[in-house]
Design a protein around this ligand. Structure first.
Ligand code: SF4
Length: 462
């Protein structure tokens, strides 16, 4: 197996993001605000029961994946929806392009879909001469800037309003320096409404496919998906096969945990369950595998398929908040990206499972209870087994083994470390030598005693 390093590893890309310290601090604060909103929204007596139910219904759906997908296809087809199956990204793009060409589509209004990002649909359609307008405001901002989304729910979270003002001034002719959010939103509304009302086709993603109804469920806070699919003569929903759930009752659970986890709202502003094409219009659903079946066969990593793309693990992750979405070099960033990307290419994404403090917060907030920290550790083990750890790691951990295996030795080393830390903090040249103390990572103040000593002294440990 090749062990060549990826073009830009997570630490290298994170360093580039941290270069602008002000932006990094502001990014951190902005995401912590969303995380805090989520905390308030999930302060419900039944929250843990809802998470249990959401986890169970996704596990149940994955255990009956083929059966539920076939039931969905049967019911959707009976209602007049055309269902297509795509093995991979290339087949997905070909199917979408064929539909658009066969109906003479020249202009597409697209609502947010991480699946189409994963498949690289926009460049494929643009190369074929079809204009694509991303109609989610954040998506439109990054599209105008020729960037991918940096967050799965808030695609332009890394953009400041002054930068958006400059972008809109260039792309839409807004007055120079006009950075009032209300004014910018007003201009964007007119611009996007025009794209939505004059599109020949609407492409959406889906938050769920319901086997019981043969329906596609789309949630947005801007109403752009609804306006597109209720205006254009053709609607194409592009969906990963893991989005299937069994029943309408399951949907109730999923929608409750999704909105509260994603944006801290009790419900998403617009939730539409489409079970048939509009009169006189065509509707297609493209079901995409693109590696999902292989993941299903991997018992240790299977539960990553339960992800409902709420973004809560990104918002809470101290690494994502401080290193930005692009440092992951993968379409899905953050903790969930760090366990999805290695399944696509472990060699290229070998640094991602290490982009974590293993604090466990991602697993604690995940509404479908994916044990992300455990999967990060398993990917680390797999990288080590494949000989992908950086030079010196194997020797280092071999040497550390005896220390970590003995409580006495570990306690003594801890006592020495507490004495040495204040000295190390005072030696700035060490920052250049030790990556743990470079800018962006503050060496903490050493506590006077160990946790065990504290617990003994305060009577919490006998
Ligand atoms: S892994 Fe969990 S918390 Fe992260 S995006 Fe997916 S569902 Fe949300």
């Amino acid at each position: 197996m090749s062990t060549s390093l990826p073009v830009l590893s997570h630490p290298e890309a994170a360093k580039a993001f941290l270069h602008d310290g002000e932006r990094a601090a502001w990014h951190d604060d902005a995401l912590w605000y969303v995380r805090s909103k989520r905390d308030r929204a999930t302060d419900l007596p039944e929250w843990e029961a809802l998470r249990e139910a959401a986890s169970a219904l996704k596990a149940h759906a994955m255990s009956r994946l083929a059966e539920l997908l076939e039931a969905f296809e049967q019911r959707a087809t009976a209602s007049g929806i055309v269902v297509h199956w795509a093995r991979d990204a290339a087949e997905h793009n070909r199917i979408v392009l064929d539909i658009l060409r066969s109906t003479g589509v020249k202009r597409v209004a697209k609502s947010k879909s991480m699946l189409t990002e994963e498949c690289g649909l926009n460049p494929c359609l643009e190369a074929a001469g079809i204009e694509v307008v991303d109609t989610d405001l954040g998506e439109r901002i990054v599209q105008l800037a020729h960037q991918p989304p940096s967050h799965i729910v808030i695609p332009a979270i890394h953009w400041k309003k002054e930068e958006i003002a400059q972008l809109f001034h260039t792309a839409m002719g807004t007055p120079a320096g006009e950075s009032s959010p209300d004014a910018l939103a007003g201009v964007a509304r007119v611009h996007l409404r025009d794209a939505l009302l004059h599109a020949d086709a609407a492409i959406t993603g889906a938050n769920a496919l319901v086997a019981e109804t043969g329906g596609v469920v789309v949630c947005t806070n801007e109403g752009n998906a609804d306006l597109g699919m209720h205006s254009a003569p053709v609607h194409i929903a592009c969906v990963g096969i893991e989005k299937i759930i069994a029943t309408r009752d399951d949907l109730g659970v999923l929608l409750r945990v999704l909105a509260r986890s994603a944006t801290g709202q009790p419900v998403t502003a617009y939730t539409t369950h489409v079970t048939a094409p509009r009169a006189g219009a065509a509707m297609h659903v493209v079901l995409v595998d693109n590696g999902r079946s292989a993941r299903l066969a991997d018992a240790e990593m299977r539960s990553a398929l339960h992800c409902i793309r709420c973004g809560a693990c990104l918002n809470t992750c101290p690494i994502y908040r401080r290193s930005g979405g692009y440092s992951y070099n993968h379409v899905i960033p953050g903790p969930i990206g760090a366990i999805l990307a290695p399944a696509v290419n472990l060699d290229a994404h070998r640094t991602l499972p290490f982009a974590s403090t293993l604090c466990g917060s991602c697993g604690d907030v995940c509404p479908v209870k994916i044990d992300i920290p455990a999967q990060l550790v398993t990917w680390r083990e797999r990288s080590a087994a494949a000989g992908m750890l950086p030079a010196g790691y194997a020797t280092l951990f071999k040497r550390l083994g005896p220390l970590l295996a003995s409580r006495t030795r570990f306690n003594r080393a801890g006592a020495w470390a507490r004495r040495l830390l204040p000295v190390l903090r005072a030696l700035p040249f060490l920052r250049r030598l030790n990556p743990w103390t470079r800018p962006g990572r503050d060496l903490p103040v050493a506590p006077a005693e160990s946790f065990r000593e504290w617990a003994k002294r305060t009577g919490r440990l006998s």
